[in-house]
Ligand binder design. Structure first.
Ligand code: XUL
Length: 518
């Protein structure tokens, strides 16, 4: 009975999923929440308070304390970790960990102390900037200028310079703290840092997560000299090597054998980012099926048969852990904006659903909204833009049901418009995240995209994807793994073909509203 472990070190928690590929069962699915389980790190939402709202950093020692806490919980639950044959993992993308010379010895983890205690002296920077940080606009500009412009950056790395991406974050650290930058000998992503810990070695970065750094030449699969030089001096020697996701790193660190009973033969494979892992876990690693993740922010991602880039510069190209490439587009105004409408009219989620399914019809009688409660990243609006266009009751905020439909129609149209550059219209969309439980929201997305919407039967697609990557690296075939574990809920949402033209017309009007105010 071979067991495989997938870890997901995400913004707010660390999760583990253990699969048995003989019985096709999930043996253990457990989460350590940073805010509630590790309150001593003062990070209720996974990051440290900063007076500057643009700055978002986490304590990397908290991520390590969570690993010890997780395997303690496995012991308590009598989970036999010696049955695990392979480990892979997922990390929140873009975040970076800065390590000094001591790291190369310290990573063997042969001391008696906890992971956090052993790694503390190896940090050259005590905070790790994470993907929520958007304080690097100046550095993005500088990198873009030095590298020959945004178009060139997109051509090389698959993305223009993006505030949350690792390269601009590294440049900011180098500019603000040259001495600590100089003392830094290794810069890891969250994924490659946690992989280093699990393997007790200085692990590589994979193409999936590496592409979210503004440093990788995605066609060559190598760090780009142009981008590395445009970012910070002597950076290349501080970066790990870059390899395929799921490559063999080594056997598990003796720390886990001695403290938690792992088998010394258990293998560790190169980790990836949470979105690439989720692509696999959602069973969407081949083109034709896209994924929309409806969380705090919404993301759209899909496997690509060839690496097309977004001419408008909003979308990104990352490596697909199952081979080839994937697209990813992030939209800041997801659940956050939907909740604003809910609160404004004091509705429950059940009423929100009824407003769509029973009280209003496709097209919303001509009423439309611009739904950007926070400055949006796709499209780039420098300020919040909430605008109502339509009849008097609607524009005076007197029609709750029409406003509910308006925000969801606007979000669906916005995602459709800004994912069109991928050029592969999905016939099936798999949905995940809190809002994907709402049939009203899903019906609008099905109609706008004219695609069938499916929910995954298992939550936490990133940890699942990581466990599947471990099983695949150990020899199991993708098709079988996905058929066994990435099962969808039989209740799918089908598009209504009579709404197709209506939404095509709305798409044109929506584009016009966006461009009018910008
Ligand atoms: C993707 C992104 C987020 C993080 C957090 O570009 O920034 O989805 O990976 O999970």
């Amino acid at each position: 009975m071979p067991h495989f472990l997938g870890l997901d070190s995400s913004t707010q928690s660390l999760s583990a999923m253990i699969l048995d590929t003989d019985s096709n069962e999930i043996i253990w699915d457990h989460t350590i929440n940073y805010g509630s389980d590790l309150a001593e790190f003062n990070s209720p939402n996974g990051f440290l308070h900063n007076d500057d709202p643009l700055v978002k950093c986490s304590d990397p020692l908290m991520w390590l304390a969570a690993i010890d806490r997780l395997f303690e919980a496995a012991k308590t639950a009598s989970i036999d970790l010696s049955l695990i044959e392979g480990i892979c993992g997922s990390g929140q993308q873009h975040g970076s960990v800065y390590l000094n010379e001591a790291f190369f010895e310290g990573i063997s983890l042969d001391g008696p102390e906890t992971l956090a205690e052993q790694m503390r002296p190896c940090l050259s920077r005590h905070e790790a900037p994470i993907w929520m940080d958007s304080s690097t606009s100046v550095e993005c500009q500088e990198i873009s200028t030095a590298a020959g412009g945004d178009e060139r950056l997109v051509e090389i790395s698959g993305s223009r310079a993006i505030e949350r991406f690792t390269g601009p974050q590294i440049r900011k650290f180098y500019k603000n703290n040259a001495k600590a930058y100089d003392d830094t000998r290794r810069i890891h992503l969250v994924s490659s840092f946690i992989c280093s810990i699990m393997s007790g070695t200085d692990a590589s970065i994979d193409f999936g997560d590496g592409a979210g750094m503004n440093l990788l030449d995605i066609a060559e699969g190598q760090w780009s000299d142009t981008l590395v030089e445009a970012t910070a001096p002597d950076l290349k020697e501080k970066l790990p090597t870059v390899v395929n996701s799921g490559s063999l790193v080594s056997t598990v660190s003796t720390y886990f054998v001695e403290n938690y009973g792992f088998n010394s033969h258990c293998e560790v494979y190169t980790f990836s980012g949470d979105n690439p892992c989720s692509l696999v876990g959602m069973g969407a690693s081949t083109p034709g099926t896209a994924v929309i993740s409806m969380g705090t922010s919404d993301t759209f991602f899909a496997a690509m048969s060839r690496p097309v880039t977004d001419p408008q510069g909003y979308g990104h190209v990352f490596g697909n852990p199952a081979g080839g490439f994937m697209s990813l587009i992030a939209f800041k105004n997801g659940s956050l904006a939907r909740e604003k409408v809910l609160e404004k009219f004091d509705l429950s989620w059940a009423q929100f659903e009824t407003a769509i399914l029973s009280d209003t019809a496709a097209g919303n009688s001509g009423n439309m909204m611009l739904p950007f409660y926070e400055p949006e990243i796709t499209p780039n609006t420098q300020t919040a833009r909430v605008e109502l266009h339509g009849d008097a009751a609607f524009t005076n905020w007197e029609n709750a049901s029409a406003t509910v439909r308006a925000i969801v129609e606007a979000q669906a149209l916005n995602i459709k418009i800004h994912s069109a550059w991928i050029g592969e219209t999905p016939t099936t969309i798999r949905v995940t995240g809190g809002a994907s439980q709402n049939d009203g929201i899903l019906q609008i997305f099905a109609d706008v995209f004219q695609a069938e919407l499916q929910r995954l039967a298992i939550g936490n697609s990133a940890a699942l994807g990581a466990a599947l990557m471990a099983a695949n690296a150990n020899g199991a075939a993708w098709t079988e793994l996905i058929a066994q574990f990435s099962k969808t809920d039989p209740a799918t949402i089908k598009p209504n073909p009579t709404n197709k033209e209506l939404y095509q017309e709305m798409e044109k009007r929506f584009k016009q509203f966006i461009s009018e105010g910008s």
